[in-house]
Design a binder for this molecule. Structure first.
Ligand SMILES: [Fe+2]
Ligand SMILES: [Fe+2]
Length: 323
C-alpha cells in the first residue's frame, strides 16, 4: 500500500514544536558507499555520465558496499524507538553488516519501527533485499520525490540494463513524505523532504532532526545533497529550538570524491558559526573535509577504523555516537 503524507507547514516566524527526547544514539552500520572511487566514476561515465539515470547504468556489484545507520531514540519516559536510515547497496555485504551490528536480530524481531530512506541513490537503496529478507513488512518512509522506478524496486523490480533485481517484494506500507514542510515522526523526531535535482537523474533527499531535551537539535543525514548549510538553516528557521545546534551526523556531501575545492572548504568554515558540540561526519563528507574540521577545532567524533572503514578520523562501520 502506498500513502502520501502531507507535511505541516510552519507559519512565517512561528517555528514548529516537535517535542523532545532524552538521547539519540546513532550506529554507522555501514558508511562505505563503494570500495574504489575511480572505478565507480569510470562506470558512471561509461553509463552516460552524472546526468544519466542510475536505473540504466551497470555498476560492478563487486565494488558495491552501501550506506546505512541505526538510530535509537530514548524517550523522556525511558522507552526506546528505532529507525533504520537507508538500506545500503550490496545485499550480501549488507547482510554481513546487519549480522555484525545486531541489526539482523532487530529487523527479524520487529525491533525497528520503520526504514527511513534518505534518497534514491544506489548506495542507499539497492541493498533493500537484505532488509526485506529479515523484515518484508517493515514500513518504509520514502521521499515523496522518488521516481516510479524506485517504487517498482520496492515491489520486487528487475532492471536488466543495470543488471539488478530485488527478489523479495516489500509487503508493508510505503509512505511518500511530501516536500514543503515538516513531518513529525516520533516524540522529539521530525523529518523534512528537500526537493532538488541530484546526481544520476534522481530527485530529493529527506533528513531527520532530533530535539534532545536540555541539549538542543541533532541533524541526521544520509548524503545531504541539499547541502549541510541548508539542512541546518532550515531547522533554525522552522523548528522550535532549531537555532540551538547540538549534534550533526552522517554523510555531509562536502568533498565526496577526491580533493577539496576552495568553495567546499568554505562550507566547512561556515559550519563553524552554528557551534555544534558533536560532529560525526562520515560517508560522502570527504576525508579532507573532516581533516579541515579537526584543524579548525570542531568537536569531531572519530572511529575505530574497523569493519571495512579504513580511517579512524571519522565515525566508521560499527561505531556509535550518543547525542
Ligand atoms: Fe551516498
Ligand atoms: Fe547520494
Amino acid at each position: 500500500m502506498i500513502e502520501a503524507r502531507q507535511p505541516l507547514v510552519p507559519a512565517a516566524g512561528k517555528p514548529l514544536a516537535i517535542g523532545a527526547c532524552r538521547a539519540v544514539t546513532v550506529t554507522a552500520v555501514s558508511e562505505v558507499g563503494w570500495w574504489d572511487t575511480p572505478r565507480m566514476m569510470a562506470e558512471m561515465k561509461a553509463g552516460g555520465g552524472p546526468a544519466a539515470c542510475q536505473w540504466d547504468i551497470r555498476f560492478d556489484p563487486e565494488n558495491a558496499a552501501g550506506s546505512c545507520s541505526l538510530i535509537e531514540i530514548e524517550g523522556l519516559d525511558g522507552s526506546i524507538r528505532r529507525i533504520l536510515l537507508d538500506a545500503g547497496w550490496n545485499p550480501e555485504y549488507m547482510a554481513e553488516r546487519f549480522r555484525a551490528t545486531g541489526v539482523d536480530r532487530l529487523l527479524r524481531d520487529g525491533g525497528i519501527d520503520f526504514l527511513f530512506l534518505s534518497h534514491e541513490h544506489l548506495d542507499h537503496f539497492w541493498g533493500i533485499e537484505a532488509v526485506l529478507r529479515l523484515a518484508p513488512e517493515i514500513p518504509i518512509l520514502v521521499p515523496g520525490t522518488l521516481r516510479e522506478e524506485g517504487l517498482a524496486w520496492l515491489r520486487g523490480g528487475t532492471f536488466p540494463a543495470a543488471g539488478i533485481a530485488n527478489r523479495v517484494p516489500h509487503r508493508g506500507t510505503v509512505v511518500r513524505m511530501l516536500p514543503g514542510g515538516v513531518h513529525r515522526l516520533l516524540e522529539g523526531i521530525a523529518s523534512v523532504t528537500f526537493d532538488l535535482p541530484i546526481l544520476l537523474d534522481i530527485r530529493g533527499e529527506q533528513s531527520l532532526y532530533a530535539n534532545v531535551a536540555g541539549q538542543g537539535l541533532v541533524c541526521i543525514t544520509g548524503c545531504c545533497h541539499q547541502g549541510v548549510l541548508s539542512l541546518v538553516d532550515y531547522a533554525a528557521a522552522h523548528l522550535e529550538g532549531g537555532s540551538q545546534a547540538y549534534g550533526l551526523y552522517g554523510g555531509l556531501h562536502i568533498a565526496p570524491f577526491s580533493g577539496m575545492t576552495e568553495e567546499q572548504a568554505g562550507i566547512v568554515r561556515a559550519l563553524g558559526r552554528y557551534g555544534f558540540r558533536k560532529i560525526a561526519a562520515n560517508h560522502c563528507t570527504g576525508a579532507e573535509a573532516v581533516a579541515l574540521m579537526r584543524e579548525l577545532g570542531y568537536p569531531v567524533v572519530g572511529g575505530s577504523g574497523r569493519g571495512g572503514s579504513m580511517d579512524t578520523c571519522h565515525l566508521g562501520n560499527g561505531d556509535s555516537v550518543r547525542f
